[in-house]
Write a protein that binds this ligand. Sequence first.
Ligand code: ATP
Ligand code: MG
Ligand code: MG
Ligand code: MG
Length: 436
Amino acid sequence: MRLSRYFLPVLKETPSEAQIVSHRLMLRAGLIRQHAAGIYNWLPIGYRVLRKIEQIVREEQDRSGAIEILMPTVQTAEVWKESGRYDDYGKEMLRIVDRHDRDMLYGPTHEEVVTDIFRSMVKSYKDLPKNLYQIQWKFRDEVRPRFGVMRGREFLMKDAYSFDLDEASARRAYNRMFVAYLNTFARLGMKAIPMRAATGPIGGNLSHEFLILAETGESGVFVHKGMLEKTVPANVDFDGDLQPIVDDWTSLYAATDEMHEASKEAELGDALVSARGIEVGHIFYFGTKYSKPMGCKVVGPDGQDVDLHMGSYGIGVSRLVGAIIEASHDDAGIIWPESVAPFKVGLINIKPGDAATDAVADDLYAKLEAAGVEVLYDDRADERAGAKFATADLIGLPWQLVVGPKGVAAGVVELKNRRSGEKVEMSVEAALAKLT
Ligand code: ATP
Ligand code: MG
Ligand code: MG
Ligand code: MG
């Protein structure tokens, strides 16, 4: 992509409404623009990051055996009346009346809708287990939308729903999601820690929240130091027994302040870290909480009806964009992990119009594109070199490849690593070899 033809509305001033660094950087780097409180437009580079995160989440859901569907954003109130949650959900639910005076709503979550699909289309235990997921926009009319996309009113969630014949099987489904989450956050370059969580209005009895540690997190957390050192197992067999992995990741103390036991402070002493965290994922096993009232059952092996055991599993896809920035930035701007960067390389021509420099930069651009490398080519004629470097640092692409007249005369270009700041001069061929 040539920057001269792109849409990258970078702000010069620091927006005053943004209280935390990720929100400031998302506005300044032109990732988002607010439409209304807690409702955002996703601008080109922001949307690219969102799609990359979404794709990693999708691949890890698929790997774990979950099956992707898409449910509507606008739902009928009827199914919520059946489950008993229509009144309980309160003001966070955006309620809508259609032209026929029917009660509708913009979905804050999809347990009812998916249970309705399942009860009408699945009749036998032979069709179990199943886990259906989607990546879909939600609306929750949060009292205090803030921190940009971290607490939006409209936000993108991955939500999965498992259906099993009994509790033992449902726990295996829970474990598959638990491990899929470890893999997902690791691929996003994040250390997310599973913590025992309260089950809240969704109900049930087994639940973990996954949190990324960050000073600006909204949750207080208490974590055994050893949790920070744990590594995610490679090449997991999702058909195998995952209990040992889950046991390992839940063997050390980790709790949000809601669940914290004060006695642990004396017991663990220096090993206990008190910090703040951002909730990026949440998994629940809630048994027959929805299947019973909604009549979601199948015929079991002995010919008797069985209420299905369910779980639900969320990841805050759009919140992750902010959370990743909270965890990965410096004074100059964002530092994207390579897996989610909007482009891998920022190619900077510091003197457009200089024939020799243009020739080398244009050629590099063509070769990188041909090799399938995502490159944003700063070919703007009306910006000074200093401004181009500042923009490149701000938007945080992993690599900056700088082409200027002096280097071109000496047969070299400069490659800068955004994270380490290291700059190395090398031949064009060496730079290509490094980046492709
Ligand atoms: P929170 O405690 O932050 O309000 P929640 O517990 O209400 O979140 P869940 O119902 O567990 O949220 O939804 C699953 C995931 O969706 C959360 O872990 C979070 O990552 C994301 N999420 C929830 N609310 C929002 C929001 N208002 N804006 C962005 N992401 C959100
Ligand atoms: Mg909430
Ligand atoms: Mg929560
Ligand atoms: Mg939650």
